[in-house]
Ligand binder design. Structure first.
Ligand code: NDP
Ligand code: 2IT
Length: 450
């Protein structure tokens, strides 16, 4: 199915990308969404066409695939596949997270890396786009196993990294603990305390305050601004979020601080419903301190319920925030949310809404903040961590959070205004894709044919 508003030239480029990246469905999906917005950009900026910016941006600058051998606690040997796709460095060093999850493939890493180019551009900070990871499953692994895996992963990846070259961070399955282990191994191999080579480190070893909270907090700042445009307040709104990881937990924290009521969250096993509002302390204890399954929350709040295999989007709410993974909210889910009175959706995860779902929200007038804008607070705070590392400085939590909030409001307004300028008022998907693309395209033209 083609996007109807693709021009012939862009459709040709898209079909060529599909042919050259056979079977990479997630990558095709991300490319189609961006290219579907670029017709009017080429009309306004014919120089981007002449310089073949779209064709060039679709081809990663470098793709690295490597073997990650490691031993479990029983001495058994395992082999995983590691990836790093260094997609675009027009605006700064490659920047983007590492995902450890059994579902990881080259297609997933490429879709994430492609999205990251435009997301990072929207932050206004000097960072290029990349993504990496491994098809490794952290579930049930001991701390010693995690350390060995991270060390083996970095033993190969370190040669491609550097504070001016490529700077990874976390994503699904990779949090502060794993980043710390990888930084330790990088330091050991290179004999350099190069703090700015990874972000998301703990505070003792060059990490930045707010980085842990930043994606979730930033998401809620973006949401708050979208609601302001609609003349709605966040206070008192009933919210649901998928996921119960780093992004979801800190989004819940900020939502509650701002007076919203969060009644449900989820993990890959099902959803948790607590009609009096999620008890954040209990949730943090279960997920962060104990690293247990979400269901264990019921031990602290027996009046809540856990619906194994249930669909969280069937719960009536005013605001829905998908914060787990790609394609977790489809057209049917979107229709149910709209019928139930949902007025705003902001994506904490990357590409969690299918194209059909996004279309339903757009047509129903639901404010819809796409991931590359709404979840950019994480990578933006990573760039703030890089700034602090480069100047051997450390900022306060309050100062860093104020910067994060300013950045999120700036991203919102840039997307909103760009959509309006291109005749798509209220369409944040178009605004984000066009604004992000133009920044990168201008830099690529200026850098010459490289
Ligand atoms: P975590 O690993 O901390 O948490 C992931 C959560 O999503 C868990 O609750 C997990 O459930 C659930 N989940 C993961 N994969 C699946 C799946 N295939 N099906 C159903 N549920 C799943 O990751 P994050 O919170 O960091 O990341 C969540 C999303 O946010 C991802 O899309 C990520 O790319 C995006 N993101 C993250 C940023 C960051 O700074 N961390 C920045 C910007 C975006 P379970 O435990 O059962 O697997
Ligand atoms: O998807 C993302 O933006 C991230 N996982 C964070 C990337 C980063 O470099 O902080």
């Amino acid at each position: 199915m083609m996007t109807p508003h693709m021009t012939d030239r862009i459709e040709g480029i898209y079909l060529d990308a599909v042919r050259r990246n056979g079977g990479e469905l997630e990558f095709h999906q991300a490319v189609r969404e961006v290219l579907g917005c670029l017709g009017p950009v080429l009309v306004k900026h014919p120089e981007f066409g002449k310089h073949k910016i779209i064709e060039r941006i679709l081809e990663p600058e470098r793709q690295i695939i490597f073997r990650v051998p490691w031993q479990d606690d029983k001495g058994e040997i395992h082999i995983n596949r590691g990836f790093r796709v260094e997609f675009n460095s027009a605006l700064g060093p490659y920047k983007g997270g590492l995902r450890f999850h059994p579902s990881v493939t080259l297609s997933i890493i490429k879709f994430l890396g492609f999205e990251q180019i435009f997301k990072n551009a929207l932050t206004g900070l000097p960072i290029g786009g990349a993504k990496g990871g491994a098809d490794f499953d952290p579930k049930g692994r001991s701390e010693a196993e995690m350390m060995r895996f991270c060390q083996s992963f970095m033993t190969e990846l370190y040669r491609y990294l550097g504070e001016y070259t490529d700077v990874p961070a976390g994503d699904i399955g990779v949090g502060t603990r794993e980043i710390n282990f990888m930084f330790g191994q990088y330091k050991r191999i290179t004999n350099r305390y190069e703090s700015g080579v990874v972000t998301g480190k703990s505070l003792n070893i060059g990490g930045a305050p707010v980085r842990t909270e930043s994606t979730g907090y930033g998401l809620v700042y973006f949401l708050e601004r979208m609601l302001q445009v609609k003349k709605e307040a966040l206070e008192g709104k009933v919210c649901i979020l998928s996921g119960a990881g780093n992004v979801a937990i800190h989004a819940i924290e900020k939502l509650q601080q701002l007076g919203a009521k969060v009644i449900a969250c989820s993990d890959s096993g099902g959803y948790l419903y607590d009609e009096n509002g999620i008890d954040l302390e209990a949730l943090k204890y279960v997920k962060l301190a104990q690293r247990a399954r979400l269901q264990a929350y019921l031990r602290h709040r027996p009046e809540a319920s856990f619906v194994a295999g249930g669909n969280i989007w069937s719960i009536p709410c005013q605001i829905a925030l998908p914060c787990a993974t790609e394609n977790e909210l489809n057209g049917k889910d979107a229709e149910i949310l709209v019928q139930n009175g949902c007025i705003a959706v902001a994506e904490g995860a990357n590409m969690p809404t299918t194209p059909e779902g996004a279309q339903v929200f757009l047509e129903a007038g639901v404010s819809f903040g796409p991931g590359k804008a709404a979840n950019a607070g994480g990578v933006a705070t990573s760039a703030l961590e890089m700034q602090q590392n480069a100047s051997r400085d450390s900022w306060s939590f309050e100062h860093t959070e104020t910067r994060l909030q300013e950045i999120m409001v700036g991203i919102h307004d840039l997307c909103y205004e760009t959509a309006e300028e291109f005749g798509k008022k209220g369409n944040y998907v178009a605004g984000a894709n066009i604004a992000g693309f133009i920044k990168v395209a201008r830099a690529m033209v200026e850098l010459g044919l490289v």
